[in-house]
Structures are given as C-alpha cells and as structure tokens.
Design a binder for this molecule. Structure first.
Ligand SMILES: Cc1cc2nc3c(=O)[nH]c(=O)nc-3n(C[C@H](O)[C@H](O)[C@H](O)COP(=O)(O)OP(=O)(O)OC[C@H]3O[C@@H](n4cnc5c(N)ncnc54)[C@H](O)[C@@H]3O)c2cc1C
Length: 254
C-alpha cells in the first residue's frame, strides 16, 4: 500500500480553500461584484488602451475611469477576454476531478492516495465534514461522465480500507467537478493589468492558486506603485512583475 499522508495544520487548511477561504476573503476584502458592480473594460479600441470600466449596479449603468483597470476576475476573466493578451506555455487539461463533502468520515490528516491513472485525497474541513476529491485522466472524461458517482466510488476500490470508510460515510453535498487548462498570459498592456487566475492558471491539483493570486497581487501593486510614484515607467515596472511571476511559477507549473 503506497500512501502519502501529510499531517500539518497547513495541509488541513487545504480542504477549505476552494470554498471557505473564498467566502472568507470575499467577506473580508470584498470584490467589485460584492460591491454590486459587474463591468467590462472600456477604452479606445484602436490601440487596445483601456481607460475604465462600464458596467451595471442596482439596475443602473455605471461608468468609472481609471489609469489602470485590474482584471482580478478569475479564469473566465472579462478583462482578459476584452484585451486578448498574448498567451504562452499553454497546456490542455490533464485530469478531471470530482469532490463532495462527507459526514461520518473521520480524518485528522490530509490524506493523498496515488494509483495508476487514479488519485484521490481526503481532508478534514469545516462543520465536521471531510472533503474527498478523486480524479482520473482527462482522456476518460467523456466515458466516465455518464456515471460520475459510480466512477468516483470505484476509485476507492483501489484501497479496500478506504472504500470501507467511504461505505460508512454519508454524502452531504452534491458532486462538483472540473478540469482546467494551463496558461500564462501577458499580464499588462495599455491601461490594464491581470492578476491571479486571470493572468496565469495551472491544474488545481497543485493547491497553489490562492497563494499565487496573492503573490501576483503583491507584485502587481508594487509595480503600479513604482509607476504612479514616478520611479519607473509602466512598461518597465510591469515587465518586472511578469518576469518575477513567470520565474516563480514556472517550476511548479512544469
Ligand atoms: C476545483 C478547484 C479546487 C481548487 N482548490 C484549491 C486549493 O485547495 N487551494 C488553492 O490555493 N487553490 C485552489 N484552487 C484554485 C483557486 O481557486 C484559484 O487559483 C484562486 O481562486 C484564484 O483567485 P482569483 O482571485 O484570481 O480568482 P477567483 O477566486 O476566481 O475570483 C475572481 C472574482 O472575480 C469576480 N468577477 C468575475 N467577473 C467579474 C466581473 N465582470 N465583474 C466583477 N467581478 C467579477 C468573481 O465573482 C470572483 O469573485 C482550486 C480551483 C478549483 C477549480
């Protein structure tokens, strides 16, 4: 039985990241959506310069001008779709995973199990629930999507002791599943910048997305500070942001 088990407070938190941390961060920091504004960049379409956003809030049209519009709007970034940045180091999705939350599945560690063409992890999360995520190669996506629940539970047969634990557990949420492509995008241009998943994305199996998004936000704001305070031209400062992001992200990405 080859089982990798990581036991740490950091690992324990992993479980909550996809949902709880997002909710907490939103509550703490807010997003433009929370503020009730959903918009797309506007500007001079001739040279691709962005000069603000136009959107709506409370049924009214909202128009805001800005020196730089920051697209921190995730994988389906409207800012990125509008400015169409150069994309590089692209990778198609490599795997698809499904997860749900279970009660009566005690776990006090971050458990990871790797088998040929299968992998799964279990981790304690909030409200006494354990998150269990299981995945298989993207090549099996079409075939297996016909019976997600059946194929999900079949994965655990690869480790009878775990299958027995799952048999005693109760599923408390519907299955969620996804696969994501990998990409790097040029994260700046005239009047716009991209941070987080909007500018760079990798398979979520790495569990690095939130940390990387914070890193990008820090690098990007430092570059903008250098620009707005006159210490460095926009292009130069943002190029440092892009290079630093790429240097730090690439080893994990590859
Ligand atoms: C299944 C799954 C599991 C994951 N698990 C982990 C994990 O355990 N650990 C980890 O670190 N990462 C994980 N990730 C990755 C992580 O979720 C992302 O990398 C991270 O959330 C990126 O943050 P972000 O702020 O760039 O984008 P997002 O978190 O996607 O936030 C974008 C925000 O922009 C808002 N928005 C979008 N469009 C507009 C608009 N037009 N106007 C206004 N607002 C808009 C959205 O509502 C959203 O609030 C997981 C991803 C997936 C898919």
């Amino acid at each position: 039985m080859s089982v990798a088990t990581a036991k740490s407070r950091g690992a324990r938190r992993f479980a909550n990241l996809a949902e709880t941390t997002h909710a907490l961060l939103r509550r703490k920091l807010g997003t433009s959506r929370d503020a009730g504004v959903v918009g797309r960049p506007h500007g001079d379409t001739r040279d691709g310069r962005v000069s603000g956003i136009r959107g709506h809030a409370d049924g009214k049209t909202v128009s805001e001008s800005a020196r730089v519009v920051i697209g921190a709007d995730g994988r389906h970034s409207l800012v990125a779709k509008s400015v169409r940045p150069a994309q590089y180091h692209e990778k198609p999705p490599v795997q698809v995973s499904y997860y749900s939350y279970f009660s009566d599945l005690p776990s006090d560690a971050f458990e990871v199990y790797i088998r040929p063409h299968r992998g799964w992890a279990a981790m304690p999360t909030h409200d006494g629930l354990t998150l269990v995520i299981a995945g298989w190669p993207i090549a099996e996506f079409d075939q297996n999507r016909k019976d997600i629940e059946g194929n999900y539970f079949k994965v655990f047969d690869l480790l009878p002791a775990f299958a027995r634990r799952m048999a005693r557990a109760k599923r408390e949420a519907r299955f969620a599943g996804t696969s994501v492509p990998g990409y790097f995008r040029k994260p700046f241009g005239p009047g716009w910048a991209l941070v987080g998943d909007a500018g760079y994305n990798k398979d979520f199996i790495t569990g690095m997305g939130i940390l990387d998004a914070f890193r990008d936000a820090e690098l990007c704001t430092s570059a903008l500070d250098a620009t707005f305070s006159g210490r460095s031209p926009f292009e130069e400062a943002m190029l440092i942001y892009q290079r630093t992001r790429d240097e730090q992200a690439l080893p994990m990405y590859e």
